[in-house]
Write a protein that binds this ligand. Structure first.
Ligand SMILES: Nc1ncnc2c1ncn2[C@@H]1O[C@H](COP(=O)(O)OP(=O)(O)OP(=O)(O)O)[C@@H](O)[C@H]1O
Ligand SMILES: [Mg+2]
Length: 259
């Protein structure tokens, strides 16, 4: 990567205050194309709030956020999504009454809706497009290992599978940057190993840039190439897993828990 390449995502002293609380305080980091980046820190450190800033849920109080060289600070969420940033949520948000494949199709549809916007769903072109959306959705379900439950009601899927479905749904919007908020939460150790492979594959085969929040240290350290650590809204360390694991500030933040 050349030194002057434009980062996919750049936080420059990003700060947000909620009343007297500084939830994110002067946080700066760059994600380059193809990075698989981890964002960690104890509960309440400001990780999800960082995602909320990047996706435009809140404007930063000060500092800035750039996506592909463009300042997106304070831009509306829908516009940011359209530019190519998609996230999953710490609390799963699926259309529980729809099947797995329908959930992915809805996300893809929202991206492609220009072609289907007439509302005349029986036009031959609309039927063709719906078939194409379905084909693409099934492909994405295959990527996340959910082919066998494509037609099942998403609300009936086991928790770990719902989390995978959220990833497929985010992928359906064809983002450049994928933000995953605790994707391995509630998964058993085998599911976590599978998920590591899936995320790696998404980066490698689909050419995505990935930023993920996760509490499971083994998961993060085994997957991410660089890690940013937040504590009480402040960035206390940044670097490759080995440096982070041995950083006294990080160890202290986790009160001596194994990292
Ligand atoms: N909309 C809001 N209004 C007021 N305070 C908020 C708001 N959003 C977040 N906070 C506060 O900001 C701090 C950071 O919260 P955040 O959800 O970003 O933490 P987190 O690192 O994601 O934690 P966890 O690991 O528990 O998910 C917390 O003290 C939280 O209560
Ligand atoms: Mg959180």
């Amino acid at each position: 990567m050349s030194e002057n390449a434009t980062p996919v995502l750049r936080l420059k002293e990003a700060t947000i205050k909620f009343g007297g609380l500084i939830a994110v305080n002067c946080v700066s980091f760059d994600l380059m194309k193809g990075d698989l980046f981890g964002l960690i820190g104890p509960n309440g450190a400001g990780k999800t709030t960082c995602f909320n800033l990047v996706t435009g849920l809140y404007p930063p109080t000060s500092g800035s956020i750039e996506f592909m060289g463009r300042d997106i600070s304070g831009m509306a969420s829908a516009k940011i999504a359209k530019l190519g940033i998609c996230r999953t949520f710490q609390n799963i948000r699926l259309f529980k009454a729809l099947s797995a494949v329908e959930n992915v199709m809805v996300a893809a549809y929202l991206r492609h809706r220009t072609g289907l916007g007439s509302g005349l769903g029986l036009l031959p072109s609309a039927i063709r497009e719906t078939k194409e959306l379905r084909r693409q959705a099934l492909e994405l379900l295959d990527v996340v290992g959910l082919s066998d439950v494509a037609e099942e009601r998403s609300g009936d899927l086991a928790y770990g599978r719902q989390r995978r479905l959220e990833i497929a749904r985010a992928m359906a919007t064809q983002p450049e940057l994928l933000l995953l908020d605790e994707p391995a939460a509630g998964m058993n150790p085998n599911e976590k190993v599978d998920l590591q492979q899936t995320v790696r594959r998404i980066r490698d085969d689909f050419d995505k840039t990935v930023l993920l929040i996760e509490h499971d240290m083994r998961f993060v350290m085994g997957l991410c190439e660089r890690i940013v650590v937040l504590d009480h809204g402040e960035e206390i360390a940044q670097g490759p897993p080995d440096a982070i694991r041995n950083d006294p500030k990080v160890i202290e933040a986790y009160l001596g828990a194994a990292v």
